[in-house]
Every structure is written in C-alpha cells, then in structure tokens.
Write a protein that binds this ligand. Structure first.
Ligand SMILES: [Mn+2]
Length: 165
C-alpha cells in the first residue's frame, strides 16, 4: 500500500486512500488505515480516510463516488443511501457511482441517479468459494473520471500482469 501511494504521488497532486472494511477484516482495515495515517502524517498531499465508517464518499467536480464493501446493504438500496448521506453533493453531481467488492465478480447495476458496480478480487479462491462453484477471474481496475464528463478511461490489470512486476 505504501508503494502504491508512492507511485500515485509521482503522478498526482493529491492522493486519497480508502480502506473499506469488509466482512472479513473488521480490525485489519482499521489498523491498515491507522498505520498509513501515521506513515504519511508529514505528507499533506495524502489523505487517508478514517476506516471506521461503512460508507465513504469522494466528490470530484460533477462526479460523486461512493465506496463500500457491499456486505451490509443490497445494491438496489445504495442509491437511496447515497442520496440520504450526501444530499447536497448528490444534487450538484451529474455522475454518481458506487464502487463495491464483496461478491468478487464484475457486475454493474444502473439505478435511477447512480450506478452500482462490483469488482473482481486479486485474491485466490479459498476452498469454500471453489466448492461453491465460483470461477470469476482475478484483476484490478483503474478508472479515470473527468470532473465534468464522468468516466473517460478505464484500465484493467490481469492478475498475471500484476505478478509479472
Ligand atoms: Mn466480502
């Protein structure tokens, strides 16, 4: 994580980090954020979001992003959660997106006013997931949002590419 933030700082003026608590890391996400906050406490360009809240929001021009793991709220409810939590930002935004994990496969739901997208994981399947028939691929995604036009670019890094260093 330190290396990732260091790489991002070479390219960007400001870096925000969200370690969204999932259903398997109630404490390690909080610890990771506390450690990163301490590590970067002399770097004003880095903002580590407090790990406690279950829902995180970032406003970027007319873009409003919501981040949550996805284990506590059904995707169809997330539009209302964003509107309730971020009423003013919701009104000013034109592009509203939830970024979630939890189900470990790609999906995208278009709700009135926002989309809810889930992403794959880099982690390998455990015995339970294998036995349950889950076979989703492993990758990570970088998305570029224009302040006015919303998503303009998207990059996908396959697990094999990530490993090849
Ligand atoms: Mn999960």
């Amino acid at each position: 994580m330190i290396d990732l933030v260091g790489l991002a700082l070479r390219k960007h003026a400001r870096v925000e980090v969200i370690n969204a608590i999932g259903n398997h890391d109630d404490h390690s996400s909080v610890m990771l954020s506390a450690f990163m906050e301490a590590f970067f406490h002399n770097e004003p360009r880095v903002h580590i979001h407090a790990a406690g809240p279950k829902f995180h929001y970032i406003t970027h021009g007319r873009v409003l992003l919501g981040v949550t793991h996805g284990d506590t709220v059904k995707p169809a409810q997330l539009g209302g959660v964003m509107a309730a939590d971020q009423g003013e930002a919701w009104g000013l935004a034109e592009h509203r997106h939830w970024l979630t994990g939890h189900i470990h496969h790609s999906s995208k739901l278009e709700l009135p006013g926002c989309t809810v997208e889930s992403f794959r994981t880099l982690a390998s399947r455990d015995a339970w997931a294998t036995a349950a028939g889950y076979r989703a691929g492993r990758d990570m995604v970088a998305i570029v949002y224009d302040k006015g036009f919303g998503e303009v670019e998207r990059y996908r890094c396959d697990i094999r590419l990530a490993r090849s260093g």
